[in-house]
Design a protein around this ligand. Structure first.
Ligand SMILES: Cc1cc2nc3c(=O)[nH]c(=O)nc-3n(C[C@H](O)[C@H](O)[C@H](O)COP(=O)(O)O)c2cc1C
Length: 174
């Protein structure tokens, strides 16, 4: 909700996407693809997700449906990152394919920020709901792993507490 216009122009978007797909990719499987949500389609997508949410659970509180409707309205660009994992690949474990897709999502964050935009990785129930995947046109076996929201920060974003590296780093000495 802290992101607004402007979003990337076409040249910036092309640069961003070109950088985003340069990721480590064991076996060169490209186990990911990207789906752009922009313009009026963002609001329509939120509306359709709210309808689906109400269908799946008619007791969904109106506040949650409202959240669904507003989900993609604020940031001018949302990029859905879709993992296409070959579960039984003879050489490349599913974990490695999923991590490669995660790198694409993170590259989008880094790329957007290095172009001067704000960006945030959000998920939510629709990433884990097969009917939402179908609504977005995902094939069976494809998974939504991220909605990367990109725009211009409306206000300075205060940093949050971060783990100290010393708390998470150790050394193996045999
Ligand atoms: C896989 C994944 C899913 C996330 N989903 C959400 C989410 O749905 N809602 C949310 O507030 N933050 C979510 N986050 C956290 C935000 O992306 C972000 O890390 C957090 O708001 C703090 O900002 P910063 O660490 O990027 O500075 C998710 C992070 C990851 C890695």
């Amino acid at each position: 909700m802290q992101l607004g216009e402007p979003g990337p122009d076409p040249a910036q978007l092309a640069r961003l996407l070109e950088a985003a797909v340069r990721v480590p990719d064991h076996g060169k499987l490209a186990p990911w693809r990207l789906l752009l949500l922009r313009g009026d389609a963002k609001a329509r997508c939120g509306d359709r997700l709210a309808e689906l949410h109400a269908d799946i659970d008619p007791l969904t509180p109106p506040k949650k449906l409202e959240k669904d409707r507003g989900r993609f309205r604020a940031a001018p660009l949302v990029i859905a990152v879709i993992a296409r994992i070959e579960e039984n690949h003879p050489k490349i474990p599913a974990q490695e394919q999923l991590l490669s897709a995660g790198c694409v999502a993170y590259n989008l964050l880094l790329g957007a920020q290095s172009l001067g935009f704000g960006a945030q990785w959000l998920t939510g129930w629709s990433c884990y709901e097969p009917q939402a995947a179908a609504l977005l046109g995902l094939a069976s076996g494809e998974r939504l792993i991220a909605y990367i929201h990109i725009g211009t920060s409306r206000e300075p974003v205060p940093d949050r507490d971060r783990p100290a590296w010393r708390d998470v780093v150790s050394e193996w000495k045999g």
